[in-house]
Design a protein around this ligand. Structure first.
Ligand SMILES: *[C@@H]1O[C@H](CO)[C@@H](O)[C@H](O)[C@H]1NC(C)=O
Length: 428
């Protein structure tokens, strides 16, 4: 069990919600009904500085100003459920303060991901310190007040945000690889049933987490990764990335239905160097350690480090040594917070244009790294994604039935094979 975890009472949460004074210890008042629990992230997305190509389309992006007088509606699928939720908004990469004017939460129409309509009967305003608006300083994040909004596991939520003045910078925080449709519309439509004429964008902006107030047994597992975890090759609005299919499976058993699966991955991300998002060693505190209720970490990253390092023996020996040293750092830093770490082997890239060099130099780095992951005993457990995704007849390559065609990313069938390879007992 983790030392830093402490339980607060549901009575305390409710008291905060209605603005009553509570004891600073968070201890339940004598005689109050107590349902002990804690806040656990049920959904996350890795915050990134938005590249020019992923900025909101005009007129929602102007010179030095983004989303002025704009409503943004986006859906996210939670993993575990609970009776109360909180939202986290990130301005980690913003070049100016992020002024959020109003926010609402609702169930999307038909419970579907990626739709612009909501079930208005479920819509609730979200507040920050009792107020409808907030201003998030540069580099900061803001946690909303607790909201009585019971969510079942695997529920899609629609979060609608209105920005009156917009963010006065072209540096904004987002998660480009949402694989989910979001909608932008001029004016304040924060509580509207639908957004006719809205502009669809397949990105998430500003929203970086949803927490639930959950029972004491509930904990989170963070997936630290790149495009293979971010879901390149998965179905847009289908939520069939490998972490999604893992939580679908874990929800099927009462032994693991209290495990939140938290995707902290981004396409192109690397462990050792910045690029698409900060390097994983740099973002580790924000994306792993600071996640609420995390008890486990799966590290499945490194192929982009190998693939972008020169295909020379010297450069590749260096990247293998540096990746192994980085994995050691992840283990040390996670263990210091009582988080168990599972290492996942890197999946095949044989035949990928760009990564697989003819001499097999990069492939031999992948083999070296995978051998270390399997045999070093530095991880608390090993998940062998390479073994379950490679073609037995050509083990340097993905099984053709799992391959999107680029010989690097997997299709939903391949992502299911990965999800099935994660032993449920790791989360007992
Ligand atoms: C925007 O981001 C770039 C890249 O990190 C940085 O060089 C620049 O200083 C930022 N501008 C502002 C206004 O924050």
């Amino acid at each position: 069990m983790r030392g830093r975890r402490f339980a607060v009472s549901l009575a305390g949460v409710l008291a905060v919600t209605v603005g009553l004074a509570v004891q600073s210890t968070g201890a339940p008042a004598a005689g109050s009904p107590v349902a002990a629990g804690q806040w656990v992230n049920t959904w996350t997305s890795m915050p990134q500085l938005t590249e020019p190509g992923n900025m909101p389309p005009a007129p929602f992006t102007q010179d030095g100003l983004v989303m002025a007088d704009t409503t943004l509606r986006q859906t996210v699928r939670v993993t575990v459920g609970g009776p109360h939720i909180r939202l986290r908004f990130s301005n980690a990469f913003g070049g100016a303060a992020l002024p959020i004017t109003a926010v609402s939460v609702a169930l999307p129409a038909g419970g579907q991901a990626g739709v612009s309509a909501i079930d208005t009967a479920t819509a609730r305003p979200v507040t920050f310190g009792g107020r409808p608006s907030t201003v998030i300083p540069v580099g900061a994040q803001m946690v909303s007040d607790p909201l009585g909004f019971r969510v079942a596991p695997l529920t899609n939520l629609a979060v609608t945000v209105y920005l009156a003045t917009g963010q006065a910078s072209n540096n904004i925080t987002s998660h480009p690889g949402s694989r989910t449709a979001s909608y932008l519309l001029a004016g304040n439509h924060v509580a509207d049933a639908d957004l006719p004429g809205a502009t669809r964008v397949d990105h998430w902006y500003f929203l970086s987490g949803v927490e639930v107030f959950a029972g004491r047994g509930t904990s989170g597992a963070v997936m630290l990764g790149d495009s293979l975890t971010d879901g390149r090759g998965s179905t847009t609005n289908g939520n069939d990335r490998w972490p999604d299919q893992l939580v679908d499976r874990l929800q099927g058993s009462h032994r693991t239905s209290d495990v939140a699966i938290l995707n902290q991955a981004a396409g192109g991300n690397r462990i050792l160097n910045d690029g698409l998002g900060p390097n994983a060693l740099a973002r580790f505190d924000r994306d792993v350690i600071a996640t609420s209720g995390v008890e486990w970490l799966i590290v499945f990253e490194g192929i982009n480090d190998i693939g972008t390092a020169a295909a020379t023996p010297e450069a590749q020996q260096q990247v293998a040594a540096d990746l192994i040293a980085a994995y050691e750092q992840f283990v040390v830093r996670a263990h210091a917070q009582g988080i168990e770490v599972f290492g996942a082997t890197l999946t095949p890239m044989g035949g990928n244009t760009g990564y697989d060099d003819p001499a097999g130099t990069r492939e031999s780095t992948r083999q070296t790294v995978n051998q270390w992951i399997r045999t070093s005993h530095r991880f608390d457990a090993v998940i062998d994604f390479d073994k379950v995704t490679r073609d037995p007849a050509a083990p340097r390559q993905l099984l053709p039935a799992y391959d999107t065609g680029d010989h690097l990313h997997l299709n939903p069938t391949g992502y299911k094979a990965m999800a099935d390879a994660v032993p449920a007992r790791l989360f007992d």
